[in-house]
Design a protein around this ligand. Structure first.
Ligand code: 5RP
Length: 231
């Protein structure tokens, strides 16, 4: 089965967690898009739900499917967010931000009572870090922030190259919040909690893609069916 079909299966399995009347966060990325499309079909059949998207891209997709939308300003507490991940470990520590939406994704996840992660099972790893960790940085003084990030990474026992994310035309990738993304190729993150704490202390770091303790359920699609991790 293709990775896309597996993503779709994981996304559709997450519909079991969505109950009528829920206030729902909509993730970002190709797996989250499958979820939004599946939800759109339910809504077209009269299902009652109201949603906060985690990116402009997800907002546009949901709006095109007539999914009722709100904002965290009008609806500050959500029941559930369903979102993808770039990597997850058995404790449901995640790396997110491959699509550059990590800040809104983390704000929405923190505002939700529950986060369900959806992915194909290739995303499950023993140690996070093979996928470069995205860090969202304020443009002002970015070089100084990178300097501090290197020290923070070293002090958490990790190391690796830090590269600014660019668009295909070579211009700097700018997030929905107007910030840069730096991708940290750390290969293996032995202590994600410590690294998250260290990065959180740097003023120019808006957020990073380590999601620690935010999710207790992951739905992974495998060639042999759906596998769940429930903490
Ligand atoms: C976007 C994300 C995505 O959830 C993550 O990149 C996974 O994407 P995909 O479902 O396309 O593999 O964190 O910021």
């Amino acid at each position: 089965m293709s990775a896309e079909s597996l993503k779709q299966k994981a996304a559709e399995a997450a519909l079991d967690y969505v109950k009528p009347g829920m206030k729902l966060g909509l993730g970002t990325g190709s797996t989250a898009n499958f979820f939004i499309k599946a939800l759109g079909k339910k809504v077209a059949n009269g299902f009652d739900v109201i949603c906060v998207p985690t990116s402009i891209a997800s907002q546009e997709l949901a709006a095109s499917l007539n999914i009722p939308l709100t904002t965290l300003d009008d609806t500050p507490a959500l029941d559930l967010v369903v979102d993808g991940a770039d990597e997850l470990d058995a404790e449901l520590n995640l790396i997110k931000g491959g699509g550059g939406a990590l800040l809104r994704e983390k704000i929405v996840a923190a505002a939700s009572s529950q986060m369900v992660v959806i992915a194909d099972d290739s995303k499950l790893v023993d140690f996070l870090g093979a996928y470069p960790l995205p860090v969202e940085v304020v443009p002002f003084g970015a070089a100084a922030t990178i300097h501090m990030m290197k020290a923070a990474i070293k002090s958490a026992g990790a190391s690796g190259a830090i590269r600014q994310r660019n668009n295909i035309d070579g211009t700097a990738f700018i997030t929905d919040g107007g910030h840069y993304i730096y991708d940290c190729a750390l290969a293996k993150i032995e202590n994600p909690k410590q690294l998250a704490k260290n990065l959180n202390l740097i003023p120019g770091v808006v957020e990073h893609g380590l999601f620690i303790g935010l999710s207790k359920v992951a739905i992974l699609a495998t060639e042999n069916g759906i596998k769940k991790i429930e903490l």
